[in-house]
Design a protein around this ligand. Structure first.
Ligand SMILES: NC(=O)c1ccc[n+]([C@@H]2O[C@H](COP(=O)([O-])OP(=O)(O)OC[C@H]3O[C@@H](n4cnc5c(N)ncnc54)[C@H](O)[C@@H]3O)[C@@H](O)[C@H]2O)c1
Length: 355
């Protein structure tokens, strides 16, 4: 199959490219490399059939890139609340306008399957266990742009192409484009670098998934498009951990590290949810995210200890700091095109209290 990965040079995309190429697929990566200092796609993306350096808000570039594809996968965007809060209008352009513009390109080029990466963050703070039918409760701009993109892209594509939304658990593990700003990778890298594992409270629950398992789910999904729109939580029921349990696992794998307990912080990320991944396991039993938390922890710990990765506090590992640096250097900016402005107004008009 010919698969186009929009945002395919990112943390997940680089691993997915390798995985899909190893299965014999032709993979075209489209990315603006908004964080990378090193622009060499051949180094970052072994296995990619083609690389297109483009902005994912550019309708013509997207049409050209997706023409003739069997599936287009949108995994670009601005990831995480801290990065999205830097400039909310930019966040809407990257996380709402871009997937909508890509959906339009897919329709115009008759691409039969559109896959949109979303996040379990859409569930926010919840009692009990949430599945795909739960009403979203997005707590911040990142989660809201994700919910809005899911809805609009699905409405546009229904009846025209297969559409699959993947709501990912928090991802961990090694990638050629390493992020160290999500909970497992950050805690592990800091434990190796400083010996400390700060833990403030830690009772919130986070579902986790290893990055290679996400790639395997994507491979399964693109190989089996379905006529009806579908949404899957991506992860495994047994991997809904509390932050304290994550800290204990990191401590167990990083010799000499120490957990430093403090009180729960008021300003701490309020996301707290237990997610059901039963639908994914039932639909794709051969891609039900078998990799344990320890695997990701060991990979990141070994990479930091072995100096494959540098100081974990560098901008390149952190989307918030990376975005600030990229804005300063002009690698990324608000576009303010008529289409982006129209879609910004559309997203801003959503009444979140009426979900
Ligand atoms: N990593 C996680 O823990 C996680 C969890 C839940 C959901 N997700 C979702 O998975 C997807 C991929 O996440 P990731 O961790 O690989 O992120 P990432 O930041 O590593 O990758 C995003 C990529 O998109 C590119 N990009 C973004 N906007 C662009 C634009 N306008 N033009 C050109 N390129 C652009 C960036 O250059 C980058 O390579 C995102 O949709 C994210 O919301 C990730």
């Amino acid at each position: 199959m010919h698969i186009v990965l929009l945002g395919g040079a990112g943390y997940i995309g680089a691993v997915a490219t390798r995985h899909l190429a190893a299965q014999g697929h032709h993979v075209t990566v489209v990315d603006g490399l908004i964080y990378q200092r090193d622009d060499d796609p051949a180094r970052l993306l072994p296995g990619a059939t083609a690389f297109v350096h483009a902005d994912l808000r550019d309708p013509l570039a997207l049409r050209k890139a997706v023409a003739g594809a069997d599936a287009v996968v949108h995994l670009g965007g601005l990831v995480g609340e801290p990065a999205c809060a830097v400039d909310e209008r930019l966040a809407v352009e990257l996380n709402y306008a871009s997937p909508v513009i890509a959906a339009q390109a897919a329709i115009e080029e008759s691409v039969p399957h559109y896959v949109l990466f979303s996040s379990c963050s859409v569930y926010g703070q919840r009692e009990g266990t949430v599945d795909e039918d739960a009403t979203p409760n997005p707590l911040g701009i990142y989660a809201r742009t994700k919910v809005a993109a899911e809805r609009t892209a699905t409405a546009m594509l229904t009846g025209r192409a297969a559409v699959t939304v993947l709501r990912l658990a928090t991802v961990h593990g090694r990638s050629p484009r390493q992020r160290l700003d999500s909970v497992v990778n950050r805690m592990t890298a800091q434990a190796v670098w400083t010996g400390h594992i700060p833990l403030n409270g830690g009772s919130q629950r986070r579902p986790l998934v290893h990055v290679t398992d996400v790639a395997a789910v994507l491979a399964a999904v693109v190989s089996a498009p379905a006529p009806e729109p579908r949404v899957f939580n991506v992860g495994a029921d047994v991997r809904n951990f509390t932050i304290a349990e994550i800290a204990e696992t990191v401590h167990a794998h990083v010799p000499g590290s120490r957990i430093e307990r403090g009180p729960e912080r008021d300003e701490a990320d309020a996301r707290d949810y237990r997610v059901s991944f039963a639908k994914l396991a039932a639909t794709f039993p051969h891609a039900s995210c078998p990799t344990g938390l320890s695997t990701g922890v060991r990979e990141v710990a070994d990479a930091v200890a072995g100096k494959e990765l540098g100081d974990p506090n560098q901008d390149e590992y952190d989307n918030y700091r990376g975005l600030i640096a990229s804005r300063r250097s002009g690698r990324i900016a608000m576009l303010g095109s008529p289409e982006c402005d129209r879609l910004y107004e559309e997203c801003a008009a959503i009444d979140w209290s009426a979900l």
